[in-house]
Design a protein around this ligand. Structure first.
Ligand SMILES: CC(C)(COP(=O)(O)OP(=O)(O)OC[C@H]1O[C@@H](n2cnc3c(N)ncnc32)[C@H](O)[C@@H]1OP(=O)(O)O)[C@@H](O)C(=O)NCCC(=O)NCCS
Length: 154
């Protein structure tokens, strides 16, 4: 499998596609429109300051996404930064795209001299533990659903 991981800033034409993945997977549709999520992704087109979005690209098509955000949980405003909106399209799962996206995001956070990075996950907890993330606590997400808070020492 040949794919590359790069900044969303290099592929602004992918914004509607990646925003749709995130909207479909996570958005509280009573509170947010797809248009708002698209606008948010326009703000994630940075390379040297947070928020930063990375995309996995195969044959000039987006196949995965990962982000570094300042915060991803209202109840944990004191913690920063976060890995968020981590997604690989179903046809490309279990081929190492997720792992490569995660390595890119962690490498960038390290380069920016952060010592710890956080994420929360409603599902896929085992996946993160396999990648070296440590469970901090059970928590709830902004929609009131059960989620798990993890940290990674960079
Ligand atoms: C989680 C996700 C990004 C992983 O991407 P991926 O490209 O499939 O990951 P990789 O190919 O690097 O790793 C696949 C491995 O993770 C495991 N895995 C994938 N999803 C998992 C899950 N939900 N729980 C536990 N393990 C999981 C696979 O079994 C596989 O294990 P193996 O290496 O032992 O065979 C992808 O499955 C996805 O987009 N899921 C839907 C969105 C999502 O849940 N995002 C994270 C929510 S917080």
């Amino acid at each position: 499998m040949k794919f590359k991981i790069t900044y969303l800033k290099d592929y602004p034409e992918f914004i509607p596609t990646v925003a749709k993945w995130v909207y479909e997977e996570w958005a509280d549709k009573n509170k947010k429109s797809l248009k708002q999520v698209i606008q948010e992704f326009e703000n994630y087109c940075n390379k040297d300051k947070i928020p930063i979005a990375f995309v996995a690209v195969d044959r000039e098509t987006p196949v995965g996404l990962i982000n570094i955000w300042e915060n991803d949980l209202d109840s944990k405003e004191d913690l920063t930064p976060w890995v968020a909106a981590f997604y690989v399209i179903p046809e490309y799962r279990n081929k190492g795209v997720g792992k490569a996206l995660m390595e890119k995001a962690l490498g960038k956070a390290r380069e920016m001299r952060f010592k710890i990075i956080y994420l929360h996950a409603e599902t896929a907890g085992e996946y993160y533990q396999k990648l070296g993330w440590k469970l901090i606590e059970d928590t709830i997400n902004d929609k009131g659903e059960a989620s798990k808070l993890f940290k990674y020492e960079l």
